[in-house]
Design a protein around this ligand. Structure first.
Ligand SMILES: *[C@@H]1O[C@H](CO)[C@@H](O)[C@H](O)[C@H]1NC(C)=O
Ligand SMILES: *[C@@H]1O[C@H](CO)[C@@H](O)[C@H](O)[C@H]1NC(C)=O
Ligand SMILES: *[C@@H]1O[C@H](CO)[C@@H](O)[C@H](O)[C@H]1NC(C)=O
Length: 308
């Protein structure tokens, strides 16, 4: 009896250790994307809206095109260039267009490198290998953001300290004007005009409830908003604890002072934001700024694509 069971338990132990120790050498890796391909995607969003997307990925020419047919809705063109410029437009008589400048270009063919293998699962009738890829845009950079949200006065302020880097001011007005600037001797400033203002207090309306989870030691209710943000709120106090953008950039809320208002004088953008000449400084600041504000810009684009 003893001698018969021993090999079995050793075998079980081996199996167990194999299933618990992540083994990079044996895990399958996702195939890199072909450099050019066309694909038709059927999109079923969590809110229930359906889209067909005609995707033309074209890495050698540094461009990516999503032609989006909303169900019984508009035909939208989302054209992305590898220099970070995106155009989002219709070709109907309304002649709508918005553009955005992002820090990152289109997805690299090997964008799935380093993804975490989760195993196999049947999806849409196909047996699939499944990977998860988090933080594929941000590269581990840390920031402290001093956030002053002020809806009654139609303004929102992000004072951003990059780790061992610049102190950056990102001031947003509800009329769509944003100023990004430093207050050091370089006198850098860049302004942008977005079609959307600051987040509304009820911007999470219609979010998809995912259940409860412990995050940072707090028991949180978790919502997801159209595959764009995961939002964690403390069950007991209803304060936000944590959120994660779909890009992987994550925020941990360290203080939350309801009713605190920053004094008016601090909301005044410096005079060099209103001078027309400083174009040479804009490009340098652009790359610094995009790290912190990328989600804001993407949010604008996404809100546009949801609302159109
Ligand atoms: C879209 O997804 C929802 C939720 O997963 C599902 O109930 C619905 O049947 C899907 N619709 C289509 C057309 O696949
Ligand atoms: C990026 O490339 C596109 C297409 O060539 C061009 O229209 C756009 O102005 C470029 N953006 C920048 C910031 O150079
Ligand atoms: C928006 O409001 C800010 C602050 O009052 C102002 O500086 C900016 O010029 C306004 N932008 C537009 C487009 O009116």
């Amino acid at each position: 009896m003893v001698s018969a069971t021993k090999p079995i338990s050793t075998y079980l132990l081996l199996l167990l250790s194999f299933s618990f120790i992540p083994s990079n050498s044996t895990d399958p890796t996702p195939s890199p994307w072909p450099l050019q391909f066309h694909s038709i995607l059927f999109m079923n969003y969590s809110k229930g809206s359906l889209q067909m997307i005609d995707l033309w990925y074209d890495w050698p020419n540094g461009r990516n095109f999503n032609i989006i047919q909303n169900q019984l809705g508009k035909l939208l063109y989302d054209l992305e260039w590898n220099n970070g410029t995106s155009f989002f437009y219709t070709l109907d008589s309304n002649k709508e267009c918005r553009s955005a400048q992002l820090e990152v270009g289109i997805l690299r063919p090997n964008w799935l490198d380093g993804a975490n293998y989760l195993g196999q699962k049947y999806v849409d009738g196909f047996l699939c290998n499944v990977w998860e890829k988090v933080d594929f845009v941000c590269k581990g950079s840390l920031q402290i953001i001093d956030l002053w949200y002020d809806w009654p006065n139609g303004r929102n302020f992000n004072i951003i300290q990059n780790q061992l880097g610049k102190l950056l001011y990102d001031l947003e007005w509800n009329n769509g004007t944003s100023f990004f600037y430093t207050l050091d001797s370089n006198k850098e400033c860049r302004s942008a005009q977005l079609e959307v203002g600051i987040l509304r207090p009820n911007w999470l309306d219609g979010a998809n409830y995912l259940g409860q989870k412990y995050v940072d030691g707090f028991l949180c209710n978790v919502w997801e908003k159209v595959d764009f943000i995961w939002y964690y709120e403390d069950v007991l106090t209803k304060r936000p604890v944590h959120w994660v953008f779909y890009t992987g950039r994550a925020a941990h809320v360290m203080t939350f002072e309801v009713g605190a208002v920053l004094e008016d004088a601090k909301w005044q953008a410096p005079v060099y934001c209103f001078e027309k000449s400083g174009d040479q400084k804009n490009t340098e600041l652009g790359s610094v700024v995009a790290g912190g504000s990328q989600e804001n810009l993407v949010a604008g684009v996404l809100r546009g694509s949801m609302g159109l």
